[in-house]
Ligand binder design. Structure first.
Ligand SMILES: Cc1cc2nc3c(=O)[nH]c(=O)nc-3n(C[C@H](O)[C@H](O)[C@H](O)COP(=O)(O)O)c2cc1C
Length: 139
């Protein structure tokens, strides 16, 4: 069976809540899944999974969090070719530009990107995230 990791960074818990709900959806659909905060993994470990769900909120000015998640994504970017990748994250006042930019970056790296990426404003609707996880399991 393919192995999936859900790897996320979260400052105030909203993207973490998304990650947990996505993990639940993947599990409900029968996937073998590992949930990791980005501080507890690295690009080599992430690259060993068949499928990745990566989560980071919109930070800075419509960008990925710069201290931890940004460097992690830069390091994992070279390992994404032909890998199935789902992107998700919480945002506040923007219109989701960070997700559009992030999706384009992942696609340019050769990832097979799932849907448009899931964005949720502030605290997520967990059922929407669970359904996203279920669909990603079948992707
Ligand atoms: C330093 C900082 C920068 C932010 N920049 C943006 C932004 O550019 N666009 C946006 O929509 N929200 C922005 N936000 C709001 C966060 O994306 C939002 O609060 C989100 O729910 C945080 O997710 P988390 O709880 O997983 O950390 C910013 C928040 C902080 C603290």
């Amino acid at each position: 069976m393919s192995k999936t990791a859900v790897i996320y960074w979260s400052g105030t818990g909203n993207t973490e809540a998304m990650a947990k709900a996505i993990e639940n959806g993947l599990k409900d659909a029968g996937a073998e899944v590992t949930l990791l905060s980005v501080e507890k993994t690295d690009a080599d470990a992430a690259g060993a999974f068949d499928k990745l769900a990566l989560g980071c909120p919109s930070m800075g000015d419509e960008s990925l969090e710069e201290e931890i998640f940004g460097p992690f994504f830069t390091a994992v970017e070279g390992k994404l070719k032909d890998k199935k990748v789902a992107l998700f994250g919480s945002y506040g006042w923007g219109d989701g530009q960070w997700m559009r930019d992030w999706r384009e970056r992942a696609a340019k790296a050769g990832a097979v990107v799932f849907e448009e990426g899931l964005i949720q404003q502030e605290a997520p609707d967990e059922s929407v995230c669970t359904e996203f996880g279920k669909r990603f399991a079948g992707f």
